[in-house]
Design a protein around this ligand. Structure first.
Ligand code: PEP
Ligand code: MN
Length: 296
């Protein structure tokens, strides 16, 4: 249960639930949103899986990945055409694929018959991205860009709001309130790792905050999914953290999958390959069963 705290601004108080995010807050202990997106139910016993590359690199690659992840049991194809890359310098291999990437996603969606989640970064690209996206991804870096969030909400498209790596639960729920405030009820929260002093490895930038899953579920009726790929930034840790995410009560899992992980154009340390993904689906399903839930 939420309790009044002495440090408003850090975490969530009872007062916040009533006055800061009344739409996001649960109305009672059993209140949980359950909705359908493109034939996939969120907030039920199913734990939907989003899988795909970090970046939509080429038409051939996204078709191959879509085919493979779908046959292993993924419910959504993920992949960015518009990417928030941390530094402006990049080789041709690292160039965002932008409009072409959206076109290739559309081809994969139609040919393989799998719904798509992809990131939108600027309001002016909303009409284009909305043509293909079944879910709009608002990336961690845009989590508190309120005019942008509002514009996304107004499209009426389902939205996945990634948590900024420096944000409190209070800030995250506040950002989600902006979407519900526009009358858009299909909102999914996504934990993707937070900044902390110790991440246990030189190349790891974030720490997966699994405690936020039950913490958020205490306060909000919205589904919360976990992205262990971005959180760990390290392929050998993805399996255990994905299983732990399911055990934590996550309402969905997002995973980066690439046929040749070391040669992925973006973040090559984090994707798992096809075989690892298909094995992981079975393991996640086994863990889900212990919670009376399922992945398949
Ligand atoms: C992504 O999912 O591709 C991404 C860029 O994630 P984040 O915003 O969490 O860094
Ligand atoms: Mn990324």
């Amino acid at each position: 249960m939420a309790i009044e705290n002495k440090f408003p601004g850090k975490d969530v108080s009872l007062e916040d639930l009533k006055t800061k995010f009344p739409l996001v807050a649960k109305k009672n202990n059993n209140h949980k949103s359950c909705f359908d997106i493109s034939g996939v139910t969120f907030g039920s016993d199913l734990i939907p899986i989003f899988a795909g590359p970090n970046m939509v690199e080429s038409k051939e690659l996204i078709l191959d990945i879509a085919q493979n992840v779908k046959s292993s049991g993924a419910h959504f194809l993920r992949g960015g055409a518009f990417k928030p890359l941390t530094f402006p310098y990049r080789s041709d291999k690292y160039k965002e694929t932008r409009e072409s990437g959206i076109e290739w996603l559309k081809i994969a969606k139609n040919e393989i018959n799998i719904p798509v989640i992809t990131e939108v970064m600027e309001e002016k690209y909303l009409p284009l991205v909305c043509e293909v996206a079944d879910i709009l991804q608002i990336g961690s870096r845009n989590m508190q860009n309120y005019p942008f969030i509002t514009a996304c909400a107004k499209t009426g498209k389902p939205i996945m709001l990634k948590r900024h790596y420096g944000s409190s639960l209070r800030d995250w729920l506040g950002a989600a309130e902006y979407i519900l405030y526009e009358g858009n009820k299909n909102v999914i929260l996504c934990e993707r790792g937070v900044s902390v002093p110790h991440t246990h490895r030189e190349t790891s930038r974030f720490l997966l905050d699994l405690q936020v899953v039950p913490a958020a579920q205490e306060l909000t009726h919205l589904p919360i999914i976990v992205d262990p790929s971005h959180a760990t930034f390290w392929r050998p840790w993805v399996k255990s953290m994905a299983l732990a995410s399911v055990a934590s009560g996550a309402d969905g899992i997002m995973l980066e999958v690439h046929p040749d992980p070391p040669n992925a154009a973006v973040d090559p340390l984090q994707p798992i390959d096809y075989k690892e993904f298909s094995d992981l689906i079975s393991s996640m399903d086994a863990v889900a069963k212990t919670q009376e839930r399922k992945v398949k």
